[in-house]
Design a protein around this ligand. Structure first.
Ligand code: FAD
Ligand code: NA7
Length: 541
């Protein structure tokens, strides 16, 4: 029997990126709850506040890298390039915060260090780094899935004399013009940084572990008439996006690569190469690139042929050429491989010639060469999905830490709730959709908002998924993921990038349309899989 205590606020929202901002708006402005937001950073924007490195931009096309929940907001925000640079997304998110008067309820520069469910009062107690504690009925985590930096412990790391920066913590005043710059990492971030930095720096040394398949992004200026036309079609565009697979604003292909001739395959690959965009190349060309090894091999061979055509020096081209599956999050950038034809860009394969140590002057590789550097950039990615959850002292029923629940890898029900953590929600939690993310964030925030509204209307004090529902969702996500080739490639998608991290399925890979349908079914069946505890303490499932 719990005691009745009034919480300080109805809800606490942690994080002020795309997820946290919309959640705060939903709970405060639409549901009329009292809400406190906390954000570790000195500004709002999440990803787009921290990632200020040269070249930082979306790899989703700008017209669908935004919110769709407010038609006026959609009409009043323009874009000038096909992809959005970091400053533009940061400006947009600040605009949203001001437009909906959210700033007064977001406490910046405040890291949440812990959140504990108090079973006597059925409330959450949330503690912050400044030593304060606030109680609430609900907690929503918008901690980000690519927000906890991975900073590998390379020997000598802390001895480097110049600035050593991770791309997710890029100092605003760091000027790389004319400098000798080294970059470790050639994922999406590294690729963007390398292409943008090459023309600014004196010399760029790229330390590449795994070669990557990179297709052109097709970035270009967008004129106002195109923007206006897109705006007129937004209803149809969002309808398509929300019922698609990857939510990138193009129609996924229904044709199997293996069902057409080799000439036709090449024609389709070339057409999409010319259009640009990584997800389009993987999902818009043929429907089986990420599923069928032969289709995958055909796409990989096409990209390899482009590397050979583009890169002048055969030895550099060899090092840049991947031989493994094309089954990581697909990358794109404009002019990546061409960058290696510049005289001031040098590629070091640390697969063949590993980093021995970081020295005060630079990076020494196994061959004994010291690569002298003024600035060293870690584009080494993230402890993705569950990293920020484990970093917090997050405890549910029985005082059990989230890490104790996740010894076999992170799990959830529907990517947004967790058994043992009543009235706690996650935006982009483990086993959420693998898509262009703002539409998935909106789907989750809308759904969480509806569930909380349902609870408020019906005298439900507590909602919590059952362990069986969570196990079922985990099994579904595992089964779907193993129908694809993604688990066979080593990447952050399955946690393979972090030494010692358990390899686990962390995404629902059946697409946003199927995901939204599942959410609707669960809600339609009186929130099937959730225990709803009424004010008088009787629980119903
Ligand atoms: P975030 O934007 O990561 O925000 C989470 C916030 O929570 C952060 O501000 C963090 O400081 C805060 N936080 C975390 N823990 C705490 C704590 N304990 N206390 C207080 N605050 C905390 N996705 C796409 O779909 N398309 C793209 O083109 C794309 N491009 C990307 C480019 C880069 C360089 C990166 C890094 C990511 C990109 N992503 C892209 C993924 C991107 O993270 C999401 O699209 C989206 O911005 C996520 O929003 P979010 O609110 O869930 O998380
Ligand atoms: P990624 O895709 O995880 O890329 C990280 C890169 O750093 C990748 O090339 C890694 O090589 C490399 N890396 C990681 N650890 C090391 C160590 N210890 N030594 C050398 N090289 C290392 O992160 P990104 O930031 O590029 O992209 C993540 C997502 O964020 C992306 O999909 C966008 O949505 C934004 P590896 O490939 O593991 O051999």
């Amino acid at each position: 029997m719990s005691t009745t205590r009034t919480p300080d606020v109805d809800a606490i929202v942690i994080g002020a990126g795309f997820g946290g901002i919309y959640m705060l708006h939903k709970l405060r402005n639409e549901l009329g709850l009292t809400v406190q937001g906390f954000e570790k950073g000195g500004g709002v924007g999440g990803t787009w506040y921290f990632n200020r490195y040269p070249g930082a931009k979306s790899d989703t096309e700008g017209f669908v890298y935004r919110y769709s929940f407010d038609k006026d907001l959609l009409q009043e925000w323009d874009w000038t390039t096909r992809y959005l640079g970091q400053p533009e997304v940061e400006r947009y998110l600040n605009h949203v915060v001001d437009r909906f008067d959210l700033r007064r309820d977001i406490q910046l520069n405040t890291e949440v260090t812990g959140a504990t469910f108090d079973e006597d009062a059925d409330l959450w107690a949330v503690t912050t780094a400044d030593g304060k504690c606030l109680t609430s009925r609900y907690v929503v985590n918008g901690l980000g899935l690519l927000a906890k930096s991975n900073i590998p412990d390379i020997p000598g790391r802390d001895s480097f004399a110049g600035p050593l920066v991770h791309t997710n913590a890029w100092p605003e005043d760091l000027d790389i013009t004319g400098k000798r710059v080294g970059v470790i990492g050639t994922g999406s971030t590294g690729v963007q940084f390398i292409t943008a930095a090459a023309s600014r720096v004196g010399h760029l040394t790229v330390f590449q572990r795994s070669p990557q398949y990179v297709v052109p992004s097709g970035n270009r200026p967008v004129d106002q008439s195109e923007v206006d036309e897109t705006k007129q079609n937004f209803d149809a565009i969002w309808d398509q996006v929300k019922n698609s697979v990857v939510a990138f604003g193009f129609q996924e292909s229904g044709v199997e690569a293996t069902s057409v001739s080799a000439d036709e395959r090449r024609r389709v690959f070339q057409e999409n190469w010319d259009k640009g965009n990584g997800f389009r190349f993987m999902f818009g060309t043929f429907c089986d690139i990420a599923i069928d090894p032969d289709a995958n091999a055909a796409a990989a061979a096409f990209i390899r042929s482009k590397i050979a055509e583009t890169v002048d020096d055969p030895e550099t081209a060899r090092k840049l050429t991947p031989e493994d599956l094309y089954a990581k999050r697909p990358l794109c950038d404009q002019g990546y491989y061409e960058t290696y034809n510049r005289d001031n860009v040098e590629l070091v394969s640390i697969l063949e010639n590993p980093i021995h140590t970081i020295t005060p002057n630079g990076v020494r590789t196994a061959d004994g060469v010291e690569h002298e550097l003024d600035v060293l950039v870690f584009a080494t990615g993230f402890d993705a999905v569950d990293g920020n959850y484990r970093a917090m002292d997050l405890r549910g029923r029985g005082g059990r830490h989230i890490g104790e629940h996740w010894t076999d890898g992170p799990t959830s029900y529907l990517g947004l709730s967790k058994a043992g953590f009543p009235n706690m929600f996650m935006i982009l939690g483990p086993n959420g959709p693998f898509t262009n993310l703002p539409p998935s964030i909106e789907a989750q925030v809308d759904w969480i908002g509806e569930l909380i509204s349902h609870a408020q209307r019906n005298g439900v004090r507590m909602v919590e998924p059952t362990p069986e529902a969570e196990d079922g969702w985990t099994a579904t996500c595992t089964e779907i993921a193993h129908m694809t080739l993604f688990p066979k490639a080593e990447s952050w998608i399955f946690g393979a990038n972090i030494p010692g991290k358990k390899n686990a399925v962390m995404f629902y890979m059946a697409g946003i349309g199927a995901y939204r349908q599942k959410l609707a079914e669960v809600a339609g069946n009186d929130y099937e899989g959730f225990v709803q505890t009424k004010q008088n303490d009787t629980a119903s499932v």
